[in-house]
Write a protein that binds this ligand. Structure first.
Ligand code: DAH
Length: 351
């Protein structure tokens, strides 16, 4: 410092007076209490109109023999000032950092990290897929915005069938609709495949149902289709019984009740017996199924233009189950709306 001051006195004073003593600069920097004052000090000494800049400009008026020493003194002064500014800046920053963590109580317990979990619908879907894949079913899918053809016509559904009603189904102006069941994937798959076909298709379906404890307008199904030579009703029964027992337990009672679906003949609804503590056991419907109606194969054969799905050649079974229903049975959920409420108190139970 002394050397610096001496140098400075020796030369810089020459033109600009004692105000230019670099000690001024250093104490101004030292005194800066925040970044703003520090920056002001920097501008005052090093800026375009700063004192050091002015002192440099003064050099040109010095006698030549004095210039080297003067220049050297300026350099020393400049680097002393720069170093001081850098040092001060670091110091101010550290102070600011320290201030920002002041008052943080390191002894406080950490906030609980919420752990995510899979939604019950995902759990039941994954489980169903796992069981059926083991039996040789491959995953398939199709669009949720469907044509009437894929959703109804190709599935042998007559024009006056109630499901086609605008009251029950969401139609678009284009004439397309939100699929009312995943059975349309049967057609989508068979349009392209070569038998044997053994697929499952989980996915959403849409109906204009009044929403209540057992109905939502968007729900989830899992469709299945097996088409090959010589598929029999016994194959259907065995497959679905095996599936439901794998899902709900070996002892699960399963019942096939004759029913009607346009695209299967014969058709059945499947019930499983539900045992709830303190209540009489009751049968709950979980799926529809049946042997693929030959009319479906006939119309498909016409649209494909080959005979791979000729009803004389192949037979098949199909099924469609409600995944929401399966989840409700699995966990005793009483109100289907809990599946879409996103109430973490409910969902937590599954993670
Ligand atoms: N698609 C029917 C429904 O949504 C369920 C169904 C019944 C699917 C019989 C099938 C079947 O594949 O063969 O109610």
């Amino acid at each position: 410092m002394d050397t610096l001051r001496d140098l400075w006195h020796g030369y810089a004073v020459h033109e600009t007076g004692t105000r230019n003593n670099p000690a001024d600069a250093l104490s101004a920097i030292e005194a800066a209490s925040d970044q703003k004052t520090l920056d002001e000090a920097r501008v005052a000494f090093l800026g375009k109109k700063g004192r050091l800049t002015a002192a440099s400009a003064a050099m040109k008026d010095l006698p030549n023999e004095e210039k080297p020493a003067y220049g050297q003194a300026l350099n020393v002064a400049r680097s002393a000032v720069t170093t001081a500014i850098d040092g001060k800046l670091a110091q101010l920053q550290e102070q600011a950092d320290q201030k920002s963590v002041e008052g943080i109580d390191l002894t406080l317990p950490p906030r609980e990290l919420l752990e995510g979990g899979l939604h019950p619908l995902t759990l039941i879907k994954d489980r169903a897929i796992q069981i059926l894949r083991r039996m040789g079913f491959a995953l398939a899918d199709g669009p949720e915005i469907e044509t009437e053809y894929h959703c109804f016509d190709a599935l042998n559904t007559p024009d006056d069938h109630p499901a086609r009603n605008e009251k029950d189904t969401f139609y678009f102006d284009s004439g397309k609709l939100l699929r009312t069941h995943t059975s349309s994937v049967q057609i989508r798959t068979m349009e392209k495949a070569t038998p044997p076909v053994r697929i499952i298709a989980p996915g959403s379906a849409y109906r204009r149902d009044e929403i209540d404890a057992t109905h939502l307008s968007v729900f989830n199904q899992l469709e299945g289709l097996f088409v090959a030579e010589d598929v029999k009703l016994g194959d259907l029964k065995g497959t679905l019984e095996y599936f439901l027992r794998a899902l709900f337990g070996d002892k699960t009672e399963v019942r096939f009740r004759p029913h009607f679906f346009p695209f299967t003949e014969p058709s059945f609804e499947i019930d499983v017996k539900l045992h709830v503590k303190g209540q009489a056991p009751k049968w709950i419907e979980v799926a529809g199924c049946g042997m693929v109606d030959p009319a479906v194969f006939t119309s498909l054969t016409a649209s494909r233009g080959d005979d791979l799905f000729d009803p004389e050649r192949v037979t098949g079974f199909a099924f469609g189950m409600g995944l929401d229903r399966l989840a409700m049975i699995q966990w005793g959920i009483k109100d289907i709306r809990q599946l879409i409420d996103n109430d973490t108190r409910f969902l937590k139970q599954f993670s």
